[in-house]
Design a protein around this ligand. Structure first.
Ligand code: CA
Length: 234
């Protein structure tokens, strides 16, 4: 089955060039020209990758990306008109995976698309096939997380974790290498309505570190990214 790419772009000429070049590479391409329709189509299509223009009529590409990020784990390649938008685009608030500044060459675009799809595929393989797990364990050196048994082992010894500590560790581990903000972690691991505040995340991270880090005061598994959040290194 061909991989599906959703192109969110309102300029007809660029819509056409993008679909032509991507279809020629064997991708199935859907094009949509406004933000609201992009959200609906992304939910329905579940694309393998999204190319998102920032300047769109109605809801802009940044807002659409921000919403989609919370719903699905799809690589998003942003098209920006100005270089100064890049910090925001790649930052946590929006969280695009890559960007291209207009004008760009189709060769460059196709290369970036392939790189993103390759990254996802490698991540899946590394995690033991994300879509249909044959293994239900996440393994990071001597740290093993058994998802079905909800148990964590270090050097084959069970590490007792509270339910929320386990949830947090699983979430971090499934997003290995990604910088995750406290708010995003809170939303995903705790409930939407949970009002404990992002300090809750810090406290649980501290507890987890005490259990899984060789040296909790100098962590190398759960890294603090100053001003941004946390990153699980493995
Ligand atoms: Ca546009």
């Amino acid at each position: 089955m061909p991989q599906k790419i959703l192109v969110v772009e309102d300029e007809p000429a660029l819509q056409e060039t993008l679909s032509y070049n991507l279809e020629r590479e064997g991708y199935q391409v859907e094009v949509v020209g406004d933000g609201i329709m992009a959200l609906d189509l992304a939910r329905e299509l579940k694309p393998n990758l999204i190319i998102m223009d920032i300047m769109l009529p109605g809801v802009d590409g940044l807002e659409v990306t921000r919403v989609l990020r919370q719903e699905m784990n799809v690589p998003i390649l942003m098209l920006t008109a100005r270089d100064e938008e890049i910090d925001r685009v790649l930052g946590l608030e929006i969280g695009a995976d890559d960007y291209l500044t207009k004008p760009f060459s189709m060769r460059e675009l196709v290369a970036r698309v392939k790189a993103q799809l390759r990254r996802v595929r490698m991540m899946r393989e590394e995690m033991g096939n994300g879509e249909k797990p044959i293994e239900d364990r996440l393994v990071f050196d001597n740290l093993v997380i058994s998802l079905t048994r909800r148990e964590v082992f270090i050097d084959d010894e069970v590490i007792p974790l509270k339910p929320k500590e386990f949830d947090l560790l699983q979430f971090l581990a499934e997003h290995r290498g990604q910088v995750l903000s406290r708010d995003f972690i809170l939303e995903q691991v705790w409930d939407w309505g949970f009002s404990g505040g992002s300090r809750t995340v810090d406290v649980h991270v501290r507890w987890l570190r005490e259990k899984i880090e060789p040296d909790p005061s100098n962590p190398n598994r759960i890294i603090t990214v100053r001003g941004l959040g946390y990153r699980f290194e493995g």
